[in-house]
Design a protein around this ligand. Structure first.
Ligand code: ZN
Length: 115
């Protein structure tokens, strides 16, 4: 199977997710590969009302970040399957995943039959 086109798509998705993650979080330097949420507005800690906003935005950023991280992991797994040449195989039956399906979702791990 030609994986080049899917690899390109996955890498574009990875770059997009990384930049989105950069808007709601920062890399956790203590844990490589992990991200932590940052408040969306920084510098408003002096005001009590704003402090509540900061807490809320941190919470919603965590939720957004968790979602982005989950997608990011899925993309990274798909890229590693390309490296290991197992990309495009259904993990249930081992048959080829339809290219149209991979076209629609390059991170798919199962064929149409085993959705
Ligand atoms: Zn299958």
């Amino acid at each position: 199977m030609k994986t080049e086109q899917f690899k390109k798509k996955l890498e574009a998705e990875k770059a997009k997710l990384e930049s989105e993650m950069g808007t709601v979080g920062r890399k956790n330097l203590a844990v490589p590969g992990d991200w932590e949420a940052v408040p969306s507005e920084i510098g408003t800690e002096s005001d009590l009302a704003d402090q509540a906003d900061v807490v809320m935005s941190r919470e919603s950023n965590s939720a957004i970040l968790a979602d982005l991280e989950a997608r990011y992991d899925t993309v990274m797994e798909a890229l590693s399957r390309i490296e290991k040449k197992t990309y495009g195989k259904c993990e249930v039956c081992g048959e080829k995943i339809e290219e149209a399906r991979l076209e629609a979702d390059p991170t798919a791990t199962t064929c149409v039959e085993h959705l």
